[in-house]
Structures are given as structure tokens and as C-alpha cells.
Design a protein around this ligand. Structure first.
Ligand code: GUN
Length: 281
């Protein structure tokens, strides 16, 4: 079994990006800038944002975090986004989710210029991805995709099953694998026989938030299994895949933690650099 080391893959990607930033700096005399907006004081969001900032600095990007209290008015946030949209030094804008209830998530997403939408959540980017045009691609599925491609460069004709249909993961992941000529099935809570669907799969991407849902007898021998889940349980943090048993049948599997998470952040940096490059064209 190949244990997919997301930490190592992310470190390698960051090293490549660092070199790219140096080249961009030499060519354009400036570096890509990323601004992250963080609202409220939810612990997981604080940790993610801190890691994003640390990684951005490591590869030489200019990064800034703007923090607002939980009670901030929606207009304050939208006005700040408009200001960042106009700022030539900012290549990428990310508003950390989830947002407080009084702030309209979709309004926030649609206020960010598609050209600066490093999350790939703007409908313009969603549409471009599904049409097969150039776009920002959401960071988590992009990270999963890069790890899958490293294990299996030719995905043509493979059967891929997404567990979960979210805009963050399931849907964009399906688009990426469809582009690679996979036969893609998107499953969800109303799917009749999830186990039977999974047993058909050469590639399983689990992103539903149900601890250890995917069992060994759901997985075809030599399947690639990517675990996007992060679930707090009495045992500690576990994924959506029963790691110990599935590791006995799968060809390759991501651990939780240390799998998808580090790659997500590295892909955010990659997206920021891509936005910068497109803006310089
Ligand atoms: N919260 C959890 N994951 C993400 C992500 O990929 N992007 C943003 N903006 N917020 C998140």
C-alpha cells in the first residue's frame, strides 16, 4: 500500500512555487499578494488562517490577514473586498468560511473579482471549470487531484466515485476527474447503495464528514482512496475512511491528518500565483 504523504507532497509543491515566485519577482519586480479575511474567532478557522499565512510567507508571497469581530456588518466586509479588488498589489482574496449567519455567503463570494478568487468559488470560475476553460480551481479538490495524478498519471477510463456533492469538494472534484476522462459518479446522502457504488470505483474521494464511513469491504482491491474528512471523535481526529482496515485493500490511501490538509494550503498558494500570472498577461 502506498501511504500518500500529503506533508511531503505539499513541501515539494511549496519548493517549486518558491522558485517560481523568485522568477516572477525578477521579471515583474513584484511578488503575488494574498489577502485573507477572517471573521469571528472560531478555533479551526484561526488555525487554518495562521497556517495559510505561514505557508504564504515561506514561498515568498506577500500576505496579509484582515480580522473582523463576529458582529462585523456585512457592508464593512463587502466594502473591504471592493477595495482589495481595486488594489493592484493584491492578486488573491480569500474570505475564510464559515461566515456568521448575518453575512450572506453568496454575496461575499460574488463580490470578489473572479480574477482574484483564489478559492474558485465565484460562479464565473465554477462555470469555467465545468466548461473546461481556464479558471481558479477550489484548493482542496485541486490538492486531491494532484496527489491522484502522482499515483496514476493516466486516469482515462477509470471509475471515480465522489462521496459528497458539496461546492467545496464533491462537485469540483468530479469536474477535474471528468476532464481526465474518468467515468464519474457523485454520491450523496440519498444514494441508494453507497457501498455498491464504492465497490465499482478505481478512485474514491470521500468528503462527507461521517467518521470512518468507508470500510474495507467497500473498497475494490487496488483502488486509490482519498480522505477529505476531518472529524472530531472520542478517538481524536479521524477521516471519512476507516484507515486501518482500508489500508489493507487499497493501492494508495491518504492519512488524516497529514494527507489532504497540507496540500490544500499549498494549492491556495499555487492559485494565488496563477492569478498573479494571468493579471500580468
Ligand atoms: N473553510 C474551510 N475550507 C475552506 C476553503 O477551502 N476556503 C475558504 N475560504 N474557507 C474554508
Amino acid at each position: 500500500m502506498i501511504l500518500i504523504d500529503g506533508k511531503k507532497a505539499a513541501a515539494e509543491l511549496r519548493e517549486e512555487l518558491k522558485q517560481e515566485v523568485l522568477q516572477l519577482k525578477a521579471k515583474h519586480n513584484k511578488v503575488p499578494g494574498l489577502t485573507v479575511i477572517l471573521i469571528g474567532d472560531m478555533a479551526p478557522s484561526q488555525i487554518y488562517v495562521r497556517n495559510k499565512e505561514k505557508s504564504a510567507n515561506e514561498v515568498g508571497l506577500k500576505s496579509e490577514v484582515i480580522k473582523y469581530p463576529e458582529a462585523v456588518e456585512e457592508k464593512t466586509v463587502l466594502d473591504k473586498i471592493e477595495e482589495l479588488n481595486k488594489d493592484e498589489n493584491i492578486s488573491g482574496i480569500l474570505v475564510q468560511l464559515p461566515l456568521p449567519k448575518h453575512i450572506d455567503k453568496q454575496k461575499v463570494i460574488e463580490t470578489i473579482l473572479p480574477e482574484k478568487d483564489v478559492d474558485g468559488f465565484h460562479p464565473m470560475n465554477v462555470g469555467n471549470l465545468s466548461s473546461g476553460y481556464e479558471s481558479s480551481v477550489p484548493c482542496t479538490p485541486l490538492g486531491c487531484y494532484l496527489m491522484i495524478k502522482k499515483i496514476e498519471p493516466n486516469l482515462s477510463g477509470k471509475k471515480a466515485v465522489m462521496i459528497g456533492r458539496s461546492n467545496l469538494n464533491g462537485k469540483p472534484m468530479a469536474q477535474l476527474l471528468l476532464k481526465e476522462n474518468c467515468t464519474v459518479t457523485i454520491t450523496h446522502s440519498k444514494t441508494k447503495d453507497l457501498k455498491a457504488e464504492c465497490l465499482e470505483a478505481d478512485i474514491i474521494v470521500a468528503a462527507v464528514g461521517i467518521p470512518e464511513l468507508v470500510k474495507a469491504d467497500w473498497v475494490k482491491k487496488d483502488a486509490i482512496v482519498i480522505d477529505v474528512g476531518i472529524n472530531k471523535t472520542e478517538k481524536g481526529i479521524v477521516g471519512d475512511v476507516a484507515f486501518d482496515e482500508v489500508s489493507k485493500v487499497a493501492k494508495a490511501l491518504t492519512p488524516v491528518p497529514g494527507g489532504v490538509g497540507p496540500m490544500t494550503i499549498a494549492c491556495l498558494l499555487k492559485n494565488t500565483i496563477e492569478c498573479f500570472k494571468r493579471s500580468q498577461k
